[in-house]
Design a protein around this ligand. Structure first.
Ligand SMILES: [Zn+2]
Length: 470
């Protein structure tokens, strides 16, 4: 630990000192070591980690912050004396709020204003620099309001009105245009934030070129959600000429469980993609039903099938529920599914990983074995076997790695995703499945069947929950 600390940036050491002695953190446990340094980092399941959690819960009560998922982050942001955090690696200071453009928004800004900002530029600086470079401030305001679909008037709203409205929406998980300068990490870090900032994100693969980054993110999300559909064909169709000058958009958002399949893709004006993401409309549902009728390709991934069936049966009587209750039920079920996967990985270790791979990922490998030709509706008009190359094997490995990593990431995310909910009987069943997988004596297909049954129970309960409130 001491050796590691010596590498830390002097400005970060100074920052730690100031935070530790700041009165807002009074009573928050931290170990003072014999050499006079402090144990800034602890494991969350250590004694100090647990005491930090208790402290934070009391603080939440004091501040009147509701203790729902993500409240640690809210408390630690609320009490932070300066709202700026020093990066442990490079010493750069960044805002702890969602004040930095994420990739899609950044690209949209740079395209619109022919600028060259990066995702580490402070959003206020971006605004000011645009105005200084001669762009009419009202035009900047209009652009931000349009991108964020904010309910503000460009003629009257101030710069801070606009940015802070957008910041809050992003922080609460309703939009993804902006990201934080430092991710939350409580109780592991004393101040509640990762030691490195956005500028030095640990997982940042610095060897990646901009171009790689683009293709890298295209298919990634479908792997992350364990989406059904012909995922390889969808990836290929997304990269086809058909989407030149636009971006490919899922008619049914994959974050709600819809499939990643070329037949369910549509062009969307470039840069607009991020805004749709996990919304659902009656129009979408009717398009989806039309595509299914025409192509016979099922629109929903297996784990949310029953909820989809329910929505399809009921959306005409209750169109007003599509964007709210129905969409929320799918979102909720995604969280539940991710929690089920996480529990299996967490409790069964390598055996859990091997099981999930064999039961749910390998069956999808087959689509990687072909090359496809499409018509403009994404229908596959021909497919030819690909000659087996190392490349294909890499694709499968990458698919596997992204899917497994995503399950861990989903649990660690700040707030927006972590609202899974299993009733005791479902939890009990899940633990029984984990025991079976760990024991290693039950065939994979039997364990798989149990997981499928569990997801059915969960969905039925989610559906019942929707019915009650009519
Ligand atoms: Zn840094």
């Amino acid at each position: 630990m001491a050796r590691e600390k010596r590498k830390w940036h002097p400005l970060f050491l100074k920052y730690m000192e100031e935070i530790i002695k700041d009165h807002h953190y009074e009573g928050l446990p931290i170990e003072k070591k014999r050499d006079g340094t402090y144990g800034w980092i602890v494991f969350s399941d250590s004694e100090i980690g647990r005491k930090r959690v208790e402290w934070c819960a009391r603080k939440a009560d004091e501040l009147g912050i509701e203790k729902k998922p993500g409240f640690y982050a809210e408390v630690m942001r609320e009490i932070h004396p300066t709202k700026w955090k020093v990066c442990q690696t490079c010493g750069e200071i960044m805002s702890i709020y969602y004040h930095y453009p994420n990739m899609n928004f950044l690209n949209a800004i740079n395209r619109e204003f022919h600028s060259d900002f990066t995702d580490c530029d402070y959003i206020y600086d971006i605004w000011d620099e645009l105005v200084e470079s001669g762009v009419d401030e009202e035009e900047v305001a209009r652009f931000f309001i349009r991108k964020g679909k904010l309910d503000l008037d460009a003629k009257t709203a101030s710069k801070s009105d606009i940015i802070e409205t957008l910041e809050k929406l992003c922080r609460k998980g309703n939009k993804k245009l902006l990201g934080p300068g430092a991710m939350s990490n409580f109780p592991d870090r004393f101040d509640g934030f990762h030691t490195y900032n956005r500028c030095c994100r640990a997982n940042q693969d610095t060897g990646r070129s901009k171009e790689n980054l683009k293709s890298y993110s295209k298919d990634r999300r479908a792997y992350e959600y364990w989406s059904d559909g012909n995922i390889h064909a969808a990836n290929k169709f997304m990269c086809s000429d058909y989407f030149d000058g636009t971006s490919a958009d899922h008619i049914g958002p994959i974050s709600l469980g819809f499939v990643h399949d070329p037949r369910y893709l549509q062009p969307m004006p470039s840069g607009d993609n991020s805004s749709k993401r996990d919304r659902l409309s009656v129009e979408d549902i009717e398009k989806i039903i039309e595509v299914e009728k025409r192509t016979g390709v099922y629109p929903m991934s297996w784990y949310s099938k029953l909820i989809w069936e329910y929505i399809r049966k009921n959306y005409r009587q209750h169109p007003e529920l599509v964007a709210t209750k129905y969409r929320d039920a799918l979102k909720q079920n995604m969280s539940n599914f991710m929690f089920v996967l996480f529990t299996i990985l967490d409790r069964c270790g390598e055996k859990g990983k091997a099981f999930l791979k064999k039961a749910f990922l390998e069956p999808k490998y087959d689509c990687f074995n072909y090359s496809y030709c499409f018509n403009e509706r994404g229908e596959i008009v021909s497919k030819t076997p690909r000659r087996f190359t190392g490349r294909m094997n890499d694709e499968e490995k990458r698919y596997h790695r992204i899917a497994i990593d995503a399950v861990h990431d989903y649990q660690e995310k700040d707030n927006r995703n972590n609202n899974y909910y299993l009733v005791p009987s479902e939890q009990h069943l899940l633990l029984k499945i984990c025991d079976k997988i760990s024991a290693g004596t039950t065939p994979t297909r039997e364990c798989k069947y149990s997981v499928e049954r569990l997801m059915e129970f969960i969905q039925r309960r989610v559906i019942e929950g929707m019915g009650e409130n009519y």
